[in-house]
Unconditional design. Structure first.
Length: 150
């Protein structure tokens, strides 16, 4: 059987309208919250402050790029991970982005994430879960400490 253009699934309309899509997006906005603040520090100073604060908060930087001002750090929540079945870990992540904002100041954005990492035959796989209160508190602490005057 041959099918002509315009027939079949191409003519089916999506069930979700614009309002439903907006509600879904709004629900995801707090799943992994991003907070931001302005610092009087230079971008390089704000970046260095973030790196120091991450280490003081117990987060290990995994990837970082000083040229573009980004840091991806994580902390394994060992208390929760012990109770998880098999090869699983709960991991809190802080993703920091520093950007110059024009007048010699810096904008700092911090995204708080939590994932459940599990080991499979093909390697580690991460499933997102709601950001823990601890990672959200760490994000606010980092922002508070690094957005002050130099």
């Amino acid at each position: 059987m041959t099918q002509r253009l315009g027939s079949g699934r191409a003519g089916i309309r999506p069930r979700f309208g614009v309002a439903a899509a907006a509600m879904l997006m709004a629900g995801c906005a707090t799943y992994w919250p991003t907070i931001s603040g302005r610092s009087a520090r230079s971008r390089d100073d704000a970046y260095q402050c973030a790196m120091v604060q991450l280490k003081e908060l117990g987060y290990a930087p995994r990837t970082f790029n000083q040229d573009n001002g980004s840091i991806d750090a994580q902390r394994i929540n060992r208390d929760v991970s012990i109770a998880l079945p098999g090869e699983q870990q709960e991991v809190d992540k802080l993703l920091v982005q520093t950007q110059r904002d024009g007048n010699g100041a810096t904008t700092i954005q911090v995204r708080a994430e939590t994932v459940i990492r599990r080991f499979t035959r093909t390697g580690w796989v991460e499933d997102g879960t709601k950001a823990t209160p601890a990672v959200q508190q760490a994000a606010h602490g980092l922002l508070d400490r690094c957005s002050g005057a130099s």
